[in-house]
Write a protein that binds this ligand. Structure first.
Ligand SMILES: C[S@@+](CC[C@H](N)C(=O)[O-])C[C@H]1O[C@@H](n2cnc3c(N)ncnc32)[C@H](O)[C@@H]1O
Length: 198
């Protein structure tokens, strides 16, 4: 199972390795909505070829997917949690946090980005938002969305014309104390309501 991607391994790499444009140093990398951990596994391998050591972490609200991610990356099995990214709080912060823009309805996306920055990203860390399209339907322009929502971009990148992958990233300033005015949050791993879990 390869995260539902229809193309072959070369196309997969071509369309996903761009995420590493936002990565310039070793660090812990949290994938919000990690599914079976395939993307994380690949990003860590691809980063290694550039001399960058990433440690994979992931959450997903699908318990069976989290189990698959743990099996895929057994040496990091304790780094995976069942959680809903919308209203949960990790036990710690991460150098890199990656989320697809459509992990929440678009009307909640601006608020979601604020929550991830406030709860998950360490000072000096990077929040990366991604979008995937197809050869028929261009990827959502996450950079434009973030700019229009008032975020100052640290960078953006895309693959293809029209774009099949778009990413944009914001950096959390060192020393900046993020507001946590985003409502109550469950700790990662706390039980989800049965309608939220698989
Ligand atoms: C398309 S997969 C992405 C897998 C991988 N991150 C990638 O980019 O290839 C999206 C995953 O996000 C999970 N997901 C969606 N919304 C979520 C949320 N609010 N909290 C936790 N997981 C979520 C889904 O269960 C699914 O496994």
């Amino acid at each position: 199972m390869q995260s539902g991607f229809g193309g072959g391994p070369e196309r997969w790499r071509n369309e996903r390795e761009v995420i590493l444009e936002a990565v310039d140093s070793d660090g812990d990398f949290l994938d919000i909505g990690c599914a079976n951990g395939h993307l994380l596994e690949c990003l860590c391998q691809w980063a290694q070829t550039k001399g960058i050591a990433l440690t994979p972490f992931g959450i997903d609200y699908g318990p069976r997917l989290v189990e698959l991610a743990r099996q895929r990356l057994p040496q990091h099995a304790n780094n995976f949690w069942v959680a809903d990214a919308w209203d949960s709080q990790p036990p710690r912060r991460f150098r890199y946090v990656y989320s697809l823009y459509d992990n929440v309805p678009q009307v909640l996306l601006g608020e979601f980005v604020g929550r991830l920055a406030a709860r998950c990203v360490e000072p000096g860390g990077t929040l990366i938002i991604g979008a995937y399209g197809s050869r028929r339907e261009p990827a959502f322009d996450v950079g434009r969305f973030l700019r229009d929502s008032g975020y100052r971009l640290a960078g953006s990148a895309s693959v293809g014309q029209p774009p099949v992958t778009c990413i944009a990233w914001v950096s959390l300033e060192v020393g900046r104390s993020e507001q946590t005015t985003h409502g109550p949050a469950r700790p990662f791993g706390a039980p989800l309501a049965s309608t939220e879990a698989e």
